[in-house]
Design a protein around this ligand. Structure first.
Ligand code: ATP
Ligand code: MG
Length: 580
């Protein structure tokens, strides 16, 4: 491509709306164009990268004998009502009506649509197993679209669905996808980690997320420094502190603790540690129609953080069906007092107690009376939970639930997730087959997603410097840029053209910067766009000499033009597939 003819608008300034490097660089390179909040178009260079990532995904899916199809983004509401997710998916589901008032949604994911297709076409064990996938545009009306392609409302996803006759078949399909995902993200040049994950609105049990490690990531992950334990903080089990067996239970004692509404204030006032207190968190629940459906009081030890995902899983409700309570309103029903709530005497609410509190003795909790706390609160004697379960967040420095080693925390960008759905959808939607004895059984399913456009952001997040993007060759929009210092100089023009033609013949993707611009502008653009190999044709062109430089390295070398061409072809050949 000749740069003088390229549809390209780069920006010198950092756009005010963007804070993350990947978002800033996507806008500055003109790769994406914003249409509305969380809605973007892809311009030529951006779309080239999208297609490269899609092709890597396609090759690895095809290598596992998955078959590509393309389903509609518009889904009739009936399918989502049948699976129960018309409600469970919540406000993120982008609902629309046709001219006759019939309900539809724009698909955020396609379990229902694939299950519906398969139940119509498949009836015998002989037709199983298989794995169908598509690369398609998804819609999620995110509460806070942000960071460009990282969390958008319209995005491209690869989603795949496997259908097996039994659990053993699903295990194999799942392992195949785990393997394919590992290859995909390696080929994209990402530094990533697969971690055990919660299943969220997709459902089922057994899941891994593929997390690209990045400070800017929105996911908190934890891993053990000794064993292979790695999980999202939402999912990670957290072991209880040792029970204080043998410690005598002291009598309850009410204390005047004026103005101590936080655990920190309370501990300072009483001169005790956070570990010796009980933290209360109050929530309102909502039913399927969005009406208020009672209150929840959750309790963890004062030094712990409540894990909301563990709480909603314990209550068996979706995350959007719970909200922090209005304490004034809740107080008249349950007897709680804002800032001074404790488990003793609380009524008319579901009490969910972290399992650790059962074994801890003589803790300090709110007295459900303004400016008062109670000392020596003990589980069993003074209060009980309706549900007792692990509600804690596992944090950096905690003990590994698997081996007792030390836990480290990290941040990541979730680029993909795989799930064992088992029979969640095949049962609710009657997707069944007959086995060899003519016995009817539900198919055993898995589903597997990769955020293509989020992966693009994650690659930039990991591969950039203060000058711009540094594309891995496997996903670069072009492999080589030839910069002509003076496009009017005959020697430079001819040599540039020769290198350009030879590289194109060798199937290297190349840009010829023949623009009538100052050299500084051309160098800045080459660095900003992140093209992996730069060949500068300048005043030494008359001696057949050019400058050869890799974007990822700081040094350059002066080479004869054939030498430079050879080196460029070699590195592209070696790295274009991205295998390590
Ligand atoms: P998140 O927790 O970040 O909201 P999710 O777990 O809801 O994501 P999945 O249902 O697992 O997402 O979707 C599969 C993949 O699609 C994700 O791993 C991610 O890469 C991508 N994805 C999900 N939501 C978005 C979004 N709003 N914008 C861009 N990509 C997304
Ligand atoms: Mg996910």
């Amino acid at each position: 491509m000749r740069m003088s003819q390229m549809y390209l608008k780069t920006l010198r300034e950092v756009p005010a709306e963007a804070e993350l490097a990947s978002h800033i660089l996507l806008l500055r390179t003109g790769m994406i164009k914003k249409l509305a909040s969380g809605i973007y178009g892809f311009m030529p260079l951006g779309y080239k990268v999208v297609k490269k990532i899609e092709n890597i995904v396609r090759e690895e899916m095809d290598a596992k004998d998955c078959q590509e199809i393309l389903m509609s983004a518009v889904h009739p509401a009936e399918l989502w009502q049948e699976s129960g997710r018309w409600f469970a998916y919540g406000p993120e589901l982008w609902r629309i009506k046709d001219r006759n008032g019939r309900d539809f949604c724009l698909g955020p994911t396609h379990e229902e649509v694939f299950t519906d297709a398969v139940r119509q076409d498949v009836s015998s064990y002989r037709q199983l197993p298989f794995n169908l996938y598509q690369i398609q545009t998804k819609y999620r009306d995110e509460a806070r679209p942000r960071f460009g392609l990282m969390r958008s409302r319209e995005f491209i996803m690869k989603d795949a669905y496997s259908f097996d006759i039994d659990e053993a078949g699903l295990d194999k399909s799942y392992r195949d996808m785990y393997d394919a995902y590992t290859k995909v993200f390696t080929r994209c040049g990402l530094n990533f980690r697969p971690v055990a994950a919660d299943t969220g609105a997709i459902g089922g049990d057994g899941s891994h997320e593929f997390q690209a490690l990045a400070e800017a990531g929105e996911s908190d992950i934890v891993y053990c420094t000794k064993c292979d334990m790695a999980a999202t903080t939402e999912k990670a089990a957290c072991i209880d502190d040792k029970p204080q067996d043998g410690v005598a239970e002291l009598p309850l004692e009410k204390k005047f603790t004026p103005g101590t509404k936080t655990i920190k204030d309370l501990c300072e006032y009483l001169g005790i540690e956070e570990k010796q207190t009980i933290k209360a968190l109050l929530y309102t629940k909502f039913d399927n129609e969005g009406n208020k459906d009672g209150y929840v009081a959750a309790f963890v030890r004062g030094d712990r953080e409540l894990n909301l995902i563990k709480l909603v899983n314990a209550l068996d409700i979706p995350e959007h069906a719970i909200e922090f309570a209005d304490e004034a309103e809740m107080s008249s029903v349950t007897g709680c007092v804002g800032g001074f709530t404790g488990p003793i005497g609380l009524k008319n609410c579901v009490m969910v107690v972290d399992s650790e509190l059962v074994g801890q003795k003589n803790l300090c909790a709110g007295a459900n009376e303004a400016d008062h706390h109670v000392l020596n609160v003990n589980y069993g004697r003074d209060y009980k939970g309706d549900i007792v379960v692990d509600l804690k967040v596992l944090k950096d420095g905690d003990i590994c639930p698997q081996c007792g080693g030390e836990i480290k925390g990290a941040r990541g960008i979730e680029v993909g997730q795989i799930f064992k759905l088992r029979t969640k959808y095949s049962e609710s939607m009657n997707c069944v087959y007959k086995d060899e004895n003519q016995v009817q059984k539900p198919m055993v399913m898995g589903c597997y997603g990769i955020g293509i456009t989020r992966t693009l952001s994650a690659i930039i997040e990991q591969c950039h410097d203060d000058k711009g993007i540094i594309w891995p060759i496997s996903v670069a929009p072009y492999h080589v840029i030839i910069t002509l210092i003076n496009p009017d100089d005959e020697d430079q023009k001819n040599l540039g053209k020769k290198i350009y033609d030879e590289l194109r013949t060798a199937k290297v993707e190349v840009i010829l910067d023949d623009r009538d611009e100052r050299p500084g502008v051309k160098f800045n653009d080459a660095d900003l766009l992140g093209i992996p190999v730069r060949i500068v044709v300048g005043k030494n062109a008359k001696d057949d000499k050019v400058e050869y430089k890799l974007r990822r390295e700081t040094t350059d070398e002066i080479l004869a033009s054939d030498e430079a061409i050879k080196k460029a072809i070699e590195i592209v050949e070696r790295e274009k597939d991205g295998y390590k």
